[in-house]
Ligand binder design. Sequence first.
Ligand code: CNA
Length: 243
Amino acid sequence: MIDDLSKAILNSQSIAILTGAGISVNAGIPDFRGEQGIYTTGKYSEHVFDIDYFVEDPKRFYDFAREMYPIFESAQPTKAHKFIKELEKYAEVYVITQNIDLLHKKAGTKNVIYLHGCVKDSFCMNCGKQFSFDEMKTLIFKESVPHCDKCGGLIKPDIVFFGEPVKDFDKAAKWVSDADVFFSLGTSLEVYPANMLVDFAKGARVIVNKQLTRMDDEFDFVFHEDLDEFASKLESILKGGKE
Ligand code: CNA
């Protein structure tokens, strides 16, 4: 199966890739629903990314942020992130990520849509003043809930909370429908509307995820395995090596 996939990639001009939290787990960033996920272990409430829950009591989100920001800062791209960058040698590569971390950026991937925003910037919900990742990293350890130094408004990271519209969905859907090969990598495909992107794929559909997803039947190639191991195998086949 992986040989046929390799041929499809070598014959493709454009590859669209939807990534989810699973691609960053080997970098030390926990996912939501995986074996050690934030929801699975129950360490934080499932509402930690709900906009109403945030506005009601932002400290609960910032407790989570105090644990995660140092990890976001030190985490390095995984084999799978680097492989996606390598794929640019074979075709135009378009990545649509649900992740809020900076790992596709650190890997140097050219075309990325952050469907759910990312932690790079934050802004004051009152006056709109922007705060960089470095400023926030300091602020969240100075104040239990960071407020704007200009107007006193509540600061919110530029990430899409549940209950808010996602970013650039139409552009993402076009990238997917124009692609010869569509990958879904390290996502449970439980989150709407990101999971709707699968329906736009007209080319070969490939899913790689450790656990089963309820959309597996919609894919031509299904791999239930670790993404870094999968990336190493596919990379060596693409380079003409043996599995
Ligand atoms: P999810 O629902 O937690 O699913 C992740 C999937 O990845 C699970 O089905 C796992 O089985 C699978 N998985 C975990 N590790 C690996 C691995 N090494 N190889 C292959 N598969 C693996 O997360 P989704 O991305 O589907 O859900 C979307 C949410 C998660 C978005 O709103 C994100 O913002 C949010 N999220 C992002 C991050 C991040 O930025 N890294 C971390 C945690 C949550």
